[in-house]
Design a binder for this molecule. Structure first.
Ligand code: ZN
Length: 280
């Protein structure tokens, strides 16, 4: 096996193994974020529920082993898991989508996925229950149910079809812009320069940061709780006072920091061709 082949295998496998931590599979209390938008994920793997009179939308499934916690969270809020009508994902990595096929089977929900992530979504890799994409999405497509509307924004790089979801909610007489960041991260093992499987990866990240910077954001959310300090904000919210998830400054600071991290890594790889990313 050539050195290049070993490197490219590493580049494929590492993102799947990367970033695991104890919070991934730890239960977290379900809570209302704003209006009809709820958090039903684990202590780090975010799952969002949008409740409507016509049923519920779920964003992300986490791994199959996490699904009992998600179901329990949905029921604890007084909603029915069986009322899941639509399942969406942040991007086609197992920590966000591995259980979508199970949700489909158990609820008859329709799975809607950004076009460039469809092949990975439907792949039969080990540990991935079969899933069938019912609707293929493109940038700026909307997903509507029971008076709620989400917009899919293509934010590629982390995966080819990585999706940032936006919606508007009404709270306290205000209209709030919600942004659920798909992922701006360059994972360990990612190759930004001379990537034969994904030649445009670096330019895709550049496009992603342009999109993220263009989005109006009041409520800052993302695929991992760690992106937006979910646990700390939850504690603040429980203590009373203003809704800590309304954090436009936190969103701007996060995007700025992530973009500079990406650009530093891109420069480093330009200087060291064939040296994949080691950390985000
Ligand atoms: Zn990922």
């Amino acid at each position: 096996m050539t050195r290049l082949r070993i490197l490219s295998l590493f580049a494929f496998a590492a993102p799947l193994l990367a970033q695991g931590n104890a919070d991934w599979h730890t239960a977290f209390p379900a809570f209302k974020i704003a209006a009809n938008l709820y958090y039903v994920g684990t202590a780090d793997l975010a799952v969002y529920l949008i409740h409507t009179p016509s049923g519920n939308i779920l964003i992300n499934s986490d791994f199959e082993q996490d699904l009992p916690m998600i179901r329990a969270s949905i029921e604890k809020l007084g909603f029915r898991y069986k009322d899941t009508k639509i399942v969406l994902i942040s991007h086609a990595h197992g920590d966000h989508d591995a259980a979508v096929g199970v949700i489909q089977r158990e609820t008859d929900a329709k799975l809607m996925v950004m076009d460039a992530d469809v092949p990975d979504e439907e792949s039969q890799a080990p540990g991935r229950p079969a899933a069938h994409v019912d609707r293929i999405l493109r940038d700026q497509d909307s997903v509507e149910l029971g008076g709620s509307k989400l917009t899919a924004r293509l934010t590629p790089g982390h995966t080819k079809g990585c999706t940032t979801w936006t919606m508007k909610v009404q709270e306290g007489g205000r209209t709030l812009d919600v942004v659920i960041v798909g992922s701006p991260n360059v994972n360990p093992g990612y190759v930004l320069v001379g990537n034969t499987k994904y030649p445009q990866i670096a330019n895709d990240y550049v496009k992603t940061f342009a999109v993220l910077k263009s989005l109006p954001c009041d409520v800052f959310l993302g695929a991992h709780g760690a992106y937006f300090s979910m646990k700390a904000k939850y504690e603040k919210m429980k203590a009373g006072g203003a809704n800590a998830f309304i954090d436009p400054e936190g969103y701007r600071a996060y995007i700025t920091e992530r973009e500079s991290s990406f650009r530093n890594e891109w420069e480093r790889q330009k200087q060291n061709p064939g040296s994949p990313a080691r950390r985000n």
